[in-house]
Design a protein around this ligand. Structure first.
Ligand SMILES: *Cc1c(COP(=O)(O)O)cnc(C)c1O
Length: 235
């Protein structure tokens, strides 16, 4: 595809995606600005990723820290960067600060990020990643451990917990996705108010290309969309 054709394709896909988000919000009785679109750019190069801020999407997500660094350095438009994938402690320093880390999946990482941010001054918003589909070997806290994790988060000095994130199991059927997302919104209700401000459980990051409409129905505030925008944009 020529750059112009790629641009036009992404523009049309985004328009269609926004319409689907709006319809899903309407069906759920939620205002359409209740859901934030995070464009996941991991499969495309910076030039293509840069189309999103031009088209009005200023929240971009990457799953690999190195790729986030690379695009962040290369991109000129103002972007709010979201890290949506696993973060190793040895990559924390170079990744900070970002708009939101969706994927804090261990107390070790939580404490590490907190110390790093505290040593620089400032603060960092994070989500606690939950293995709500209960798959073995999947990143994220077990739902049953969350109350305890949250209790110890009250001591954080620089990290601000602002919500929860989850992923449905790969290839899950709609009813399974719904169950997984319902676990996250139930945890949100149970945990809300359990941490002092400025912490909150306002945000629920859930829903990807194949299941975002179900996630919106279940209360998602952040949907992370990649392939719906960027699949098959071959040169
Ligand atoms: C790749 C990725 C997405 C986007 O997935 P699509 O199915 O391509 O929309 C969302 N969240 C995470 C954590 C990802 O790694």
């Amino acid at each position: 595809m020529t750059p112009n054709l790629i641009r036009e394709t992404v523009r049309q896909r985004l328009e269609h995606l926004r319409a689907r988000i709006k319809q899903a919000c309407a069906r759920a009785g939620r205002p359409s600005d209740a859901v934030r679109l995070v464009g996941v750019t991991k499969t495309v190069d910076t030039n293509v990723a840069a189309l999103l801020p031009e088209l009005g999407v200023e929240d971009l997500g990457e799953s690999r820290p190195q790729e986030l660094w690379r695009k962040r350095d290369a991109m000129r438009a103002p972007v709010r960067w979201h890290l949506v994938g696993h973060l190793q402690t040895n990559k924390v320093a170079r990744t900070l600060p970002v708009h939101l880390i969706h994927s804090v999946d261990s107390t070790r990482l939580l404490d590490f990020v907190d110390r790093e941010v505290a040593s620089r001054g400032g603060s960092q918003d994070i989500l606690l990643q939950v293995n709500a589909s209960r798959e073995p070997n999947k990143h994220g806290f077990a739902p049953k451990d969350l109350v305890e994790i949250v209790a110890r988060s009250a001591d954080l000095s620089a990290v601000r917990v602002v919500g929860l994130m989850t992923m449905a199991a790969l290839g899950a059927r709609p009813d399974e996705c719904r169950q997984t997302f319902a676990v996250l919104s139930r945890l949100q209700r149970e945990l809300s108010g359990s941490l002092p401000a400025p912490h909150s459980f306002e945000r629920l990051s859930m829903g990807m290309s194949d299941d975002f409409e179900i996630a919106i129905e279940q209360g998602a505030t952040d949907i992370r969309i990649g392939s719906t925008l960027f699949a098959n944009l071959l040169p």
